[in-house]
Design a binder for this molecule. Structure first.
Ligand SMILES: [Ca+2]
Ligand SMILES: [Ca+2]
Length: 420
């Protein structure tokens, strides 16, 4: 008996650098290929910009995009409808002096990096983000020392930056941007002493906001991530308070909600094919942290622990989606190794997945299952068959060839299992 397990693939090291990865961002093109931009370097003053992508699902070699004289940070990537990446980052020309840079690829290769800070006549840029619309308009947000700005590239020229934070008190920075046919959506941190999350959007009548969407003036709110759901509506997640609880909000923005009372770091937010919002982040236990995917179900927010195989300290998960979830995260292979970027994805039903899922083929009748949760097993007709609980990480199934559904008793996560 051969079993095809349609759960999560084993983590794949896609960078294999002998220097530590620092930051990364990821996007998927319309063909389902994934593009990742990242920074890496041993010392803080010698970090450079790199890029790696899949072609027809196969990871290619890492490419250095920008060899910094000093250092770079905030690598961010968008993708156009031709599948060409557009990248912004901060190029630190000295310890205190950052410049916003932009480059893209087209059929003739990579463009020359463009210094947008100088182009806009500004003296400093500290943080940034980018997204590309379905009409191939390019939207960039960035911060100087006090304010947050937006610019758009259409027909090869950049618009005059708009001040989105409107000179409100405190530093406005750490932006996240998303867009849909409805408009452009921006969330960021404003720090007049204690940080809150602010939001602005642009529709056909122009920019609206900023509005405070965390509304916790006495506690710190930070590391915001904004995305759009399947309806094109914005969804937002961030770390709330000294305890760094994951917090979620969406229109009409009057209910910022702590979704799990446990410390989390660097949340990413996305909506699945059934338009359920998810927040994925790193959670304790300390010393052995894990990625958890928290999803809003009919019974409230529940979570699934994402299996991380043999890697250590998974952090900074970034999700890209087609019909399934793909996760790019940073981790180490052993306790003293350099940090690399690892890739895992959901399996899915369909014969085409067989050859690409060889890491999960098992012929012994044992199904690798992380955790100790009990799963209820149903056949294709929906008839309940039995409950199964992993022993030492494995479930012995003893079922015939066929397609089955497993539903987790605790968190109602559903999985499909094909045995052939
Ligand atoms: Ca300000
Ligand atoms: Ca706050």
């Amino acid at each position: 008996m051969l079993m095809l397990i349609l759960f999560w693939t084993d983590p794949l090291n896609i960078t294999n650098m002998d220097i530590p990865v620092r930051e990364h961002d990821a996007v998927m093109d319309k063909n389902g290929d994934i593009h990742v931009v990242f920074t890496a370097g041993v010392e803080w003053n010698e970090i450079d910009l790199y890029y790696v992508r899949t072609i027809n699902g196969d990871w290619q070699d890492v490419e250095m995009l920008f060899d910094a004289d000093f250092s770079v940070s905030w690598p961010k990537i968008g993708i156009d409808t031709c599948g060409f990446p557009h990248i912004v980052w901060i190029n630190w020309i000295s310890e205190y002096n950052g410049r916003l840079y932009y480059m893209y690829r087209d059929s003739s290769g990579w463009s020359t990096p463009e210094n947008l800070t100088d182009e806009f006549g500004l003296s400093y840029t500290g943080t940034c983000d980018i997204v590309v619309g379905r009409d191939n308009s390019i939207h960039v947000v960035f911060s100087d020392r006090y304010e947050l700005y937006y610019t758009e590239k259409r027909d090869s020229s950049w618009s005059t930056p708009v001040n989105l934070s409107q000179n409100q008190q405190g530093v406005d920075h750490f932006p996240s941007i998303a867009c849909s046919d409805r408009g452009v959506f921006v969330a960021w941190g404003n720090d007049p002493g204690v940080e809150d999350i602010f939001y602005s959007y642009r529709d056909s009548s122009g920019w609206h906001g900023p509005i405070n969407i965390s509304n916790t003036p006495d506690t710190i709110s930070r590391y915001v991530s904004i995305n759009v759901d399947r309806n094109g509506d914005p969804i937002v997640a961030w770390e709330e308070g000294h305890d760094r609880y994951p917090c979620f909000n969406r229109e009409p923005w009057d209910n910022p909600e702590i979704i799990l009372e446990e410390l989390c770091t660097y949340p990413d937010v996305y909506a699945d094919n059934e338009n359920r919002p998810h927040v994925i982040a790193t959670f304790p236990p300390f010393g052995d942290p894990q990625l958890r995917d928290v999803v809003l179900t009919d019974s409230g927010w529940v979570y699934e622990v994402i299996p991380d195989g043999d890697v250590w300290e998974p952090t900074h998960p970034k999700v890209v989606m087609d019909s399934i979830v793909h996760i790019l995260f940073q981790a180490k292979y052993s306790s003293d190794a350099d940090i690399d970027i690892y890739y895992i994805r959901e399996g899915s039903s369909g014969v085409s997945e067989v050859s690409r899922n060889t890491g999960s083929l098992i012929s012994t009748g044992l199904l690798r299952m992380y955790g100790e949760d009990t799963w209820r097993m149903y056949d294709l007709s929906g008839k309940y068959m039995k409950s199964v609980t992993p022993v030492n990480g494995y479930i012995r199934l003893n079922v015939e060839t066929g397609i089955y559904f497993l539903i987790n008793n605790r968190n109602r996560i559903k999985r499909v299992l094909v045995i052939r």
